[in-house]
Design a protein around this ligand. Structure first.
Ligand code: APR
Length: 252
């Protein structure tokens, strides 16, 4: 039996499937993973130094421009066959839920629904003070400001607007984290797709499933922190492996 067939069998036997995705699932859409080298202007910057509240407070324009650069990179990106395969699996297994660390919106654009977003969404912005409640989203397309000066001001309170993403050192959105924890408690098969497993708490999630007797399936071309606890590893790109799983399930 091939790994693809074994994966299909695990999914078919599952009572509750969770899928944890990382930057690797969007790599074939042309979005560099978080630990890829960055091109051009930003090569001399370390993203882990820029994606922080401290960096924003010290230099709002530099951090705002860093996210504008990443939004430009992501704008032409389209969902790839891996995203579409996950949406197809959710149609086949309606209780399947995706927990993503990614801040692009490619899962939703491929048709996945009810995605649990641990790190926010780069296409959204919010008031840095959440002056109308958490989060106070701000549609910057409705604002006019001198874009060369960096971020706009919140139209409600006048404080800075910032990207609606989780920065290093910040708490994850409480409701999303609680949803993920509740899902993991009833999950008996978790597919871990395109993550190095370096960043908590997502890195611990597959371990939680394993601890209560669940199955961990990893989809990644390389070795990761998840590989050592995986029951099954599909060694390859998610855009290649996941469509094969959908085909293998066929009309079983
Ligand atoms: N298909 C599947 N996996 C892939 C592919 C692919 N085509 N290409 C690369 N990968 C794998 C890499 O082998 C690596 O293990 O995707 C993983 C990407 O790892 P990271 O770049 O560390 O991204 P991620 O795991 O999502 O990072 C987690 O860390 O920096 C923070 O907030 C950031 O959400 C991010 C979090």
């Amino acid at each position: 039996m091939t790994g693809i067939q074994a994966c299909g069998d695990y999914l078919q036997a599952a009572k509750q499937i969770a899928v944890l995705t990382g930057a690797g699932v969007s790599k074939e859409s042309g979005i560099p993973t978080f630990r890829d080298a960055m091109e051009g202007l930003w090569t001399k910057f370390d993203p882990t130094q820029l994606a922080t509240r401290r960096a924003f407070d010290a230099n709002p324009k530099q951090v705002w421009d860093f996210y504008e650069y990443r939004r430009e990179l992501m704008r032409p990106a389209q969902p790839n066959p891996g995203h579409f395969a996950l949406a197809a699996l959710q149609k086949r297994f309606p209780t399947l839920r995706i927990i993503t660390q990614n801040i692009d919106d490619l899962h939703e654009r491929a048709g996945s629904t009810d995605v649990i977003r641990l790190h926010g969404k780069i296409s959204q912005n919010k008031c840095i003070a959440n002056c109308q409640g958490d989060p106070t989203l701000v549609d910057v397309s409705q604002l006019t400001w001198d874009k060369s000066s960096g971020p706009p001001a919140c139209p409600q309170c006048g404080q800075y607007v910032r990207p609606d993403v989780v920065w290093y050192g910040e708490m994850l959105p409480h409701t999303q984290l609680e949803r993920a924890k509740a899902l993991l408690e009833i999950t008996d098969v978790i597919m871990v797709v395109g993550t190095s497993g370096l960043v908590s708490p997502s890195a611990e999630m597959p371990r939680r499933v394993k601890e209560h007797g669940g199955v961990v399936i990893e989809v990644n071309p390389d070795y990761s922190m998840i590989t050592r606890i995986a029951n099954l590893k599909l060694e390859g790109a998610s855009g290649v492996m996941l469509p094969q799983v959908v085909v293998a399930l066929g009309d079983k």
